[in-house]
Ligand binder design. Sequence first.
Ligand SMILES: NC(=O)c1ccc[n+]([C@@H]2O[C@H](COP(=O)([O-])OP(=O)(O)OC[C@H]3O[C@@H](n4cnc5c(N)ncnc54)[C@H](OP(=O)(O)O)[C@@H]3O)[C@@H](O)[C@H]2O)c1
Length: 242
Amino acid sequence: MELRGKVALVTGGNRGIGRAISIALAEKGADVAVNYRRNRESAEEVVDLLSALGVRAMAIQADVSDYGQVEAMVDAVVKSFGRLDILVNNAGITGEHVKLREIPLEEWDRILDVNLKGVFNCCKAAEPFLRQAKGKIVNMSSVAGKMGGTIGSHYAASKAGIVGLTFALASELAPDVMVNAVAPGPVDTDLISPEVKRRLASIIPLGRIATPEEIAHAVIFLLENDYVTGEVVDVNAGRYMD
Ligand SMILES: NC(=O)c1ccc[n+]([C@@H]2O[C@H](COP(=O)([O-])OP(=O)(O)OC[C@H]3O[C@@H](n4cnc5c(N)ncnc54)[C@H](OP(=O)(O)O)[C@@H]3O)[C@@H](O)[C@H]2O)c1
């Protein structure tokens, strides 16, 4: 898919990996709606950056775990930009607890609501517009969704759920909409603490965690390529070779 002139919605597009994806899309000439939940200032800063690259950009607040808010967001993007070609389901959170015996029931619900139901919500609300545009979806899974990881069963389950959702929707929405996921290893963002980053870097064959731009690069590949659907692309510097 030629990205120039296309319209993309990036959830959690204001910070970390989502910010890098928003910038990479704008560098390719796509108009970008930058979703955020709380940090309006960083969303507006990204919008200024994208506008300076010569594309249309808007900041849009919505909690992806709330279907009503997601529907209003998708409608607002289509109203402003006239269409929707690309949905990048990037927004995600971790919990405060890691061990099964320590995870409060509410924390399980909160993680699953944002990380998994949030992706379902956005796909559901965007489907008619993406079908019309013959568009694409890229979901953000994680190495934790395939290996379990170290940040909790709730997080791992939400990211494994994204893999299943990706496969099911790739089949259901073909040939109109192509649906893929990216499964990063640890990335240098605010999501994980400096201590965890150091620990994880020491067990990665390439010896370092990823930059957000290296994950955005894989997202762009999946959007530009027209013969990959139902795929989960691992971007983890050889983590599986351990
Ligand atoms: N960093 C890693 O090591 C790593 C590895 C594998 C996968 N991932 C996945 O990659 C994605 C991005 O992670 P990141 O590291 O860039 O995280 P981050 O820096 O903590 O940013 C998280 C983003 O998600 C948004 N967000 C959180 N809850 C939301 C909600 N309910 N509705 C809408 N937006 C919401 C945040 O918006 P506000 O700023 O407004 O709160 C923020 O933009 C996540 O899905 C994460 O699980 C990350």
